[in-house]
Design a binder for this molecule. Structure first.
Ligand code: EPZ
Length: 417
């Protein structure tokens, strides 16, 4: 089992190039199943979730090839619309293939993407929306069989919650549906804008991405394109917390401050100096962080739930008490017990966590509970006194390109064992 070994208490300083965004490249790779010609995705990150998405595309008959420029995908030879259970279980966002496969083939068969570390991860909003577009979906023994014999028909869809995945699934299904689809209460995350820009680059007609109301005019066909994936805003937040937790100073090349304004505001409250530069974000910490106003996770543009664990690791050494309210997922405090093993003082009650900052964490053997919880343990390990061993590193590899190389570049004493 792979582990990371970190010798803490080193100031992290230096410059990092941001990887492509995991939560943008995954829906964009699903979108490729809609398009029967070649696509080149530049700044495609080397992540296990990306490899899983490539395995799913290959199982459908598509060709995926990583070249020095990025990921080349050719779905012209797509010959199946069924995704096997083992492949579906490789990652959560496999459900996004539904919209693309129904849009391309008029049908699809996938298994329920099982619950995962963050809670049950229901897909009721996805299914309800696809049914409103005319898909007939039957659920039998964990398999979802979808048919749209007469194709899909555009309509107005009001989302009960601005679900990122559901918004993406609808955009994919609506691209080649008859007529116009309007999504009201759509997710506004930057990854939604990236997906829309990619699809419009392939000939789709999508307006309003990034707003709460998105209009998609169905087109008869889509063509290939070359697209550069947006920079990963949560990876940027991760390295900013790592630098801030060690009193360091970093520049993140390619990072876009506008994608994480609420998060940047929180780090400024803690005492960091953060500037937007012409090619990224600059951060310098000054001494021990101060506790900040309560952090409540929200849909974009609010504080991102994916940065909650990262900020908690950082606030566990702050001067004062910080309150976290996790309003998006029902089980996203699994990193708390692991941080406590390193000396963090955290009390949780349902969706609320109260973090009483301590002067110093101490290294310990800990287990990554999920992707962002694992990244939070890397942050804590860099700040702690002594040695930290993190197991379940494969969970971290789902979303970070060789995290130990990035942290080493900033001066951390970290290695994979
Ligand atoms: C995307 O997940 C991201 N994943 C998540 O990042 C991110 O945390 C999340 O959006 C919120 O920003 C990818 O993009 C691959 P949601 P998604 O649908 O689409 C409930 C990471 O660490 N819900 O907006 O699954 C759901 O249970 C990952 O990179 C329903 O109830 O998020 C959750 O409580 C973690 N029914 C909330 O909505 C549904 O049909 C947010 O889910 C769909 C969602």
């Amino acid at each position: 089992m792979l582990k990371l070994k970190i010798e803490g208490s080193r100031r992290l300083c230096g410059e990092l190039e941001m990887q492509g965004a995991k939560n943008s490249v995954l829906p964009i790779m699903s979108a490729c199943a809609l398009i029967d010609s070649k696509i080149l995705l530049k700044r495609c990150p080397k992540l296990s979730d990306v490899y899983a998405a490539a395995q799913i595309l290959t199982s459908l008959g598509c060709r995926c090839k990583r070249t020095h420029e990025g990921m080349e995908i050719d779905a012209s030879a797509l010959e199946s619309s069924a995704i096997s259970d083992p492949l579906m279980r490789l990652m959560r966002s496999s459900v996004i293939f539904m919209g693309a496969l129904i849009g391309r083939c008029g049908e699809c068969s996938i298994t329920y993407p099982g619950g995962c570390e963050l809670g049950p991860r229901p897909i009721d909003i996805h299914l309800d929306a696809l049914r409103q577009l005319g898909a007939q979906i039957t659920e039998r023994h964990g398999t979802l069989v979808c048919k749209a014999p007469k194709g899909l028909k555009g309509t107005l869809i009001n989302l009960s919650f601005p679900s990122v995945g559901a918004t993406e699934n609808i955009m994919l299904a609506a691209c080649t549906a008859q007529g116009e689809t309007v999504i009201s209460n759509a997710a506004r995350e930057p990854e939604i804008v990236d997906l829309a820009e990619f699809l419009n680059g392939c000939g789709a007609s999508i307006k309003g991405a990034g707003e709460a109301r998105i209009a998609i005019k169905g087109v008869t066909s889509l063509h290939g394109c070359e697209y550069t994936i947006m920079p990963d805003r949560i990876a940027a937040a991760t390295f900013m917390c790592a630098a801030a937790s060690t009193g360091g100073e970093i520049s993140l090349k390619g990072a876009r401050a506008r994608d994480i304004e609420a998060f940047i505001n929180t780090l400024r409250q803690s005492g960091c100096k953060i500037y937007e530069t012409e090619n990224g974000i600059y951060l310098s910490a000054n001494g021990r962080p101060k506790a900040v106003r309560p952090i409540r996770t929200q849909p974009f543009p609010g504080f991102p739930t994916d940065a909650q664990a990262l900020a908690m690791a950082y606030m566990s050494i702050a001067d004062g008490t910080t309150i976290f309210i996790e309003d998006i997922f029902e089980n996203r405090f699994r990193h708390v017990d692991e941080l406590a093993r390193m000396g963090a003082q955290i009390k949780t009650e349902g969706r609320v966590a109260v973090v009483s900052g301590v002067k110093r964490l101490s290294g310990a053997s800990v287990k990554a509970p999920d992707l962002r919880g694992g990244a939070a343990l890397c942050i804590a390990g860099c700040a702690a006194e002594g040695e930290t061993i993190i197991s379940n590193v494969e969970l971290i590899d789902r979303g970070y390109e060789e995290i130990e190389n990035s942290l080493s570049l900033l001066g951390a004493a970290i290695k994979r064992i």
